[in-house]
Ligand binder design. Sequence first.
Ligand SMILES: Cc1cc2nc3c(=O)[nH]c(=O)nc-3n(C[C@H](O)[C@H](O)[C@H](O)COP(=O)(O)OP(=O)(O)OC[C@H]3O[C@@H](n4cnc5c(N)ncnc54)[C@H](O)[C@@H]3O)c2cc1C
Length: 377
Amino acid sequence: MRTRARWRDVAQTAVQPFARRIDRDALVPEQVIDALRVAGAFASGFPETLGGPSGSAADPVVAALDHGAMHEAMGRASASVQGLLNVHHMGGSAVARWGNATQKDRWVPQLCSGSLLCGIAITEPDVGSDIAAVKTMAKATGGGFEITGEKAWITCGAAADLFVLVAASDGGPVALLLPKTTPGLHICPIDDMLGCRGYMMARLVLDGVWLPGDHVLGRSGFGTSHVAATGLESGRYNLGWGCVGLADAALGVAMDHVKTREQFGQPIGEFQLVQRLIATMMTDIHAARVMCESAGVARGQKALHATKEATMAKYFASQMVNRVARDAQQLLGAQGIGPDTPMAMYFRDARVMEVIEGTTQVLETMIARYGYAETMG
Ligand SMILES: Cc1cc2nc3c(=O)[nH]c(=O)nc-3n(C[C@H](O)[C@H](O)[C@H](O)COP(=O)(O)OP(=O)(O)OC[C@H]3O[C@@H](n4cnc5c(N)ncnc54)[C@H](O)[C@@H]3O)c2cc1C
């Protein structure tokens, strides 16, 4: 395992220098992916027995926090890169949890090394928050499934080698391992996203794809309630940390600015109204980090409340990063609005966070239900 300082060093040296280029080109360069492979970033969060970080089995709490530290560091360096690592882990954790021994042996070591990149394909043009309503149909035939439909807004869709695909079937929602080379799978890249442009988004069109029965994860009926749920819980945990890092990056730029920008004969950071914004941002970020740490401890302990904690951490952190990005941009004045600035990128990237891995409103309904369940007599 790596320490928080080590992840920060990896992110600062191998990712951050490319962040603006990633945003401009909507592409994560291969040399960044290679550096992440060497640093072990793709293995982070996987069980040690399947190729995850050495030492993680002995101390799962430290491992969960270390994984969070990796996402925080990447979120600070590039929200796009954090997002790629996030979906890789969302799909990968679903394979590691629900795959049978053969599936795990075949896929997980390659996911841990980063020689294969993973995505997770749930959303459809007509199906967003209500994931149990997926319409892409997996029809049992010839010992496997013939699959027809369309998946929308898939992060890493244009770059992933393997997708965890969630479809409808006669036995209920089913999750299947879908290699990108499968005949009948058409990958259509999506350009001009508002934020997180390096997510390398794509739409997936499945036109008579056939997958053998041994590509099913878990079993038919498990697709959303078990397999997608595992991926989404990982995603919420990872994204909470990513938001902390992204917010911290925006705060850092604002801090540098208010210390040097002079108006009315003094640095603007000397004005108390500016200090209030700085203090609010610092406290907001700290609160989100503490929530993520608490979620990490629960995750490492496999506590019953781990899912609720990850949901609450993501819910809070994704709104927090929008407050911080807005206030940090405000403190830069015109320089926060001007063309091709890091602050403009942080602001755009922050908008993505309240939509993915459960929108703010959908997470509110989930959190309230956790509360109702806990208080049932
Ligand atoms: C950058 C990006 C990356 C993404 N990556 C992936 C990916 O890798 N894989 C994948 O499968 N999907 C991905 N998605 C899709 C994402 O998961 C969905 O956008 C998200 O689940 C919301 O669905 P929707 O956009 O269809 O919005 P809708 O579900 O149509 O919601 C629209 C609005 O209605 C509100 N709403 C909906 N239901 C309720 C409710 N019950 N109560 C209150 N309000 C409600 C929502 O909060 C939202 O404000 C990505 C999306 C983006 C933008």
